[in-house]
Design a protein around this ligand. Structure first.
Ligand code: NAI
Ligand code: 15L
Length: 269
């Protein structure tokens, strides 16, 4: 596979999209941007809903690969998740198949396995083939996206790397995030590896930095060539002083998905 150059970035107006818009051009990518809402400072960005199949098909035409971030990124009603994350992702894959795009990097989430208890002490890291245990309709939509990716690889030869992202923000903001944090720079490293590794078929990887308090195994991500450079530990002392260590007796602190398992935040639209 020739190295992709032109990449469609869906969800470009969002938090992660904004971070990646800043970082990925340094790897030589030419980004085509799409979002439901205008992308600040980017007048050429495509403003379209994933529900609009014609617009989605036009958006993927001619790109080498797609980084698919668009969708509802927290818990919401099933109907909203169905439209944006399930039907929307299907529309994107259909468009990719019809236009012959060879590779998708899919933003999956830790919430696909959110009910999995996190390791403590000397427990082994969670493997990437751990059974899925979604913690929300949102997490369920990420399970769907991963399965859709598998189907399009098996049936149509369309490759995907599904990145189960932990928490990708400029800094970790909770003690839980110390274990699943992916620095923006490591996020760009991982997306670059996912775009360029040979023969990925459909590969699922965990998306985190090389955190001292890591909960999950990064082997499949490293096999793509991902070499994380960051660690959340420098943020630990302050966060632990403010919030205390995680309490295993508290259901909202005992599992990978954190408070999503007990108190899912509702997306405000
Ligand atoms: P975000 O909510 O800031 O951005 C999502 C973007 O998708 C928004 O700009 C929104 O307008 C757009 N969007 C929503 N529905 C759409 C539709 N129907 N058509 C077109 N665009 C639509 O979320 P964030 O944090 O940037 O996350 C990006 C992706 O990564 C999401 O898929 C999220 O589930 C996933 N993810 C993010 C994590 C993180 O730590 N930021 C962790 C795990 C997964
Ligand atoms: C996600 O999947 C969300 O999109 C993001 O906003 C964070 O809540 C992240 O997971 C997390 O678990 O910290």
């Amino acid at each position: 596979m020739p190295a992709p150059r032109t990449v469609l970035l869906t969800g470009a107006a969002g938090g992660l999209g904004t971070l990646m818009r800043g970082l990925l051009p340094d790897y030589g990518y030419e980004l085509r941007l799409l979002d439901l809402r205008p992308v600040e400072g980017e007048p050429d960005a495509i403003v379209a809903d994933l529900a609009d199949r014609k617009a989605v098909r036009e958006a993927v035409r001619g790109v080498d690969a797609i980084i698919h971030l668009a969708g509802i990124s927290l818990e919401a009603s099933f109907e909203k998740i169905l439209a944006a994350n399930i039907e929307g992702t299907y529309h994107l894959y259909e468009a990719a198949r019809e236009e012959g795009v060879g590779r998708v990097v899919f933003a999956s989430s830790n919430h696909a396995v959110g009910y999995t208890p996190h390791p403590r002490g000397d427990d082994p890291l969670i493997p990437v083939d751990t059974p899925r245990r979604p913690d929300t309709f949102y997490g369920l939509s990420k399970c769907f996206g991963e399965d859709l990716a598998q189907l399009y690889w098996d049936k149509h030869g369309l490759e995907t790397v599904s990145v189960r992202i932990g928490s990708c923000f400029p800094e970790p903001t909770s003690v839980r995030m110390l274990s699943v944090w992916m620095s923006p720079a490591d996020g760009a490293r991982l997306f670059h590896a996912a775009l360029t590794a040979e023969g990925v078929g459909h590969t699922v990887v965990h998306g985190s930095s090389d955190n001292t308090r890591l909960w999950w195994d990064l082997t499949s991500a490293r096999a793509l060539g991902y070499a994380p450079q960051d660690d959340s530990e420098p943020f630990a002392a302050k966060l632990v002083a403010e919030q205390g260590e995680l309490d295993p007796a508290d259901p909202a602190q005992a599992r990978i998905g954190g408070h999503f398992v007990t108190d899912p935040p509702i997306w405000p639209y």
